[in-house]
Design a binder for this molecule. Structure first.
Ligand code: CA
Length: 368
């Protein structure tokens, strides 16, 4: 205890410069403890990381830029991550395959874009009427979710990490008000993942488009509606200029982004470097969550002055959507053993978590 206290005291006295010396293991005045971290023994490594976003895209792009900078700093410069926006090295949705074969070392994207590889991947982003961001983190960290994610990605030579959470997403922008199930028939909507499949059972034609192509499609009437994220980024995309009905969410209650490494490349890192990546990914995850909470709250005030009407879907639409989600999950569980396994794990956790979220958070929100 005394030794530890002295060490802390010395480190504090040395200040930032002293800390650097201690970390580098070359402080002649005070010998670092034998078990201290010695970053110099880590090999220098360069990591090519591609994303599904345009360069420096707000929150997701800037988040991964910051992650790269911070990993370089905490690793004492031994890990240099170069972030490549979509299409610079590979197309937006080509990152999974590219990292799987080692053409790139890592990527930042969302698992549900790759449901074509394995239906179970949908669930590592989230699912309609599913978990909030807090519940999603809890399931991944403590409920067995991450273990399943890593096992399934291992088959593709990939190692996933939490890559940020968008928190609750809005239900999207509609050119016409939705007053009944009939209004959804034949509607062309950009809506990815399981949300798209659920809406397809309600008569919507779901379309998957990368971020950079959505506004133009909506403006040119190739889309009648689109979902994207939440108030802040949706305004930046300009959707309010062409669609005035903004619906509250149901389909992406806490979408998890993914930070994924090529297994071979990651395993070449030292244990310390691996831990730095893991810790920085946790920071990326939590900071993105708080950033979304902050900017969405601020942007919602602005939305009200843009002639937009915020609405919720009619009860009959949500009721049918909930039923459709149960059907989609049943069908996919029959088709895919992996989906069934991950779905059961997520449902088991959600069943338990729902009670606490209702008694704890929901009760509080009602009295606030
Ligand atoms: Ca979305």
């Amino acid at each position: 205890m005394d030794n530890r206290r002295n060490f802390i005291k010395k480190t504090a006295l040395l200040g930032a410069a002293g800390s650097t010396l201690l970390l580098n293991g070359c402080n002649r005045e005070s010998k670092p403890p034998s078990k201290s971290v010695n970053i110099n023994k880590n090999r220098k490594v360069k990591i090519k990381l591609a994303t599904s976003w345009p360069a420096h895209f707000p929150i997701m792009g800037t988040g991964i830029d910051r992650f790269a900078q911070r990993v370089e700093t905490i690793s004492g410069g031994t890990i240099k991550i170069k972030v490549h926006p979509k299409n610079a090295l590979v197309p937006a949705f080509g990152v999974f395959d590219a990292a799987s074969v080692g053409a790139i070392d890592a990527y930042h994207s969302a698992a549900y874009f790759y449901k074509g590889k394995n239906e179970a991947f949908n669930l590592f982003t989230g699912f309609p009427f599913g978990m909030t961001s807090t519940e999603m983190n809890a399931w991944l960290d403590f409920g067995g979710g991450m273990e399943l994610w890593r096992t399934l990605y291992d088959q593709h030579n990939l190692i996933p990490f939490k890559g940020g959470n968008t928190d609750v997403q809005m239900g999207g922008w509609f050119k016409k008000e939705i007053t009944s199930l009939d209004d959804l028939q034949g509607l062309k909507m950009r809506i990815p993942g399981l949300g798209g499949e659920v809406f397809s059972k309600l008569g919507v034609q779901p379309i998957q488009l990368p971020p950079g192509e959505i506004f133009v499609a909506l403006e040119r009437n190739m889309l009648d509606a689109t979902e994207w994220l939440g108030p802040s980024l949706d305004i930046k995309m300009g959707f309010h200029k062409v669609a005035k009905n903004y619906y509250t969410g149901w389909h992406e209650p806490g979408s998890m982004l993914s930070l994924v490494f090529n297994k071979k490349k990651f395993n070449k890192l030292s244990d310390e470097q691996k831990m730095m990546i893991e810790m920085a990914s946790n920071e990326l995850n939590s900071t993105m969550n708080t950033e979304f909470q902050y900017i969405n709250a601020t942007a919602l005030e602005e939305i009200e002055s843009l002639g937009v009407t915020v609405r919720s879907f009619p009860q009959e639409v949500m009721e049918k959507a909930r039923q459709a989600m149960a059907t989609v999950a049943k069908e996919k569980s029959l088709q895919s053993h992996d989906f069934q396994k991950v779905w059961e794990s997520a449902q088991k956790f959600l069943h338990t978590s729902r009670k606490w979220s209702d008694i704890g958070l929901k009760s509080y929100m009602q009295v606030r």
